[in-house]
Design a binder for this molecule. Structure first.
Ligand SMILES: [Fe+2]
Ligand SMILES: [Fe+2]
Length: 232
């Protein structure tokens, strides 16, 4: 009898321990999954820098179109309208708004890098002005020689300004932003950035924009990366 009781107790304990182990195992697994998801989240600067990558591809398109215009070679001019429209909707009305709404005010409040922030803001305005003119001029069915030259100048001014602009943000502003905010704020801003992007452009908003840029590159014959490898 005593032996039977011992056996039953043993089975009971084993079942309870087994269940407890399974539950804690599930908790451990879901904990790992959460940690993995957390690690995969895009931080605010990473998000902004990916968008700079897209901006850079448009700068390459502008470079290419500018050379074509200088040489008076024909090319599909609507590619400039399309590229400038991407700049307006994705870079100016979204990416730069994120910088203006979330980053710049924090630097101004902390009285840090305020000179840089003022220049960056001024350049955002200048960029919008250029984009507006580029869209108008590229949409016209014909252009005078002056207007042709004006477009070349606008493309030049845009690229001359945006290369140092984004390089300064990547190397100075974004690293400083990492130090300026708490870890919690940094993480929650990452989520807010993603949410804003999805609300404005849908779940695959960034990928859609990248595809649109790729289509323009294909039209111009500058999509294949291999063509840029020097033959040395
Ligand atoms: Fe900016
Ligand atoms: Fe930027």
């Amino acid at each position: 009898m005593e032996k039977e009781n011992q056996r039953r107790n043993f089975i009971k304990t084993t079942v309870i321990l087994g269940a407890a182990t399974t539950i804690s195992g599930i908790n451990l697994l879901s904990g790992c999954k959460e940690k993995e998801d957390e690690d995969k989240k895009v931080s605010p600067p990473e998000d902004l820098m990916q968008e700079h990558g897209l901006l850079n591809r448009v700068l390459l398109i502008y470079d290419f179109c500018k050379i074509k215009m200088i040489n008076k070679e024909s090319f599909p001019l609507e590619t400039i309208t399309d590229a400038a429209t991407i700049i307006r909707t994705f870079v100016e009305d979204y990416h730069e708004k994120q910088e203006e709404n979330y980053l710049f005010p924090r630097f101004q409040k902390a009285n840090q890098l305020t000179d840089l922030v003022n220049v960056l803001l001024k350049q955002h305005l200048a960029g919008r002005n250029i984009t507006e003119q580029l869209i108008q001029l590229s949409k016209q069915t014909t252009r005078t020689d002056d207007e042709h030259q004006k477009m070349i100048d606008l493309l030049t001014s845009f690229n001359t300004m945006y290369r140092p602009h984004e390089a300064r943000e990547d190397t100075i502003l974004f690293p400083a932003f990492r130090k300026l905010v708490s870890q919690h704020e940094y993480d929650s801003l990452g989520e807010e950035f993603e949410d804003n992007e999805h609300k404005k452009f849908g779940e695959d908003g960034f990928e859609t924009m990248v595809n649109r840029v790729s289509e323009i590159e294909k039209k111009l014959g500058i999509y294949e990366l291999e063509q840029f490898t020097p033959k040395i």
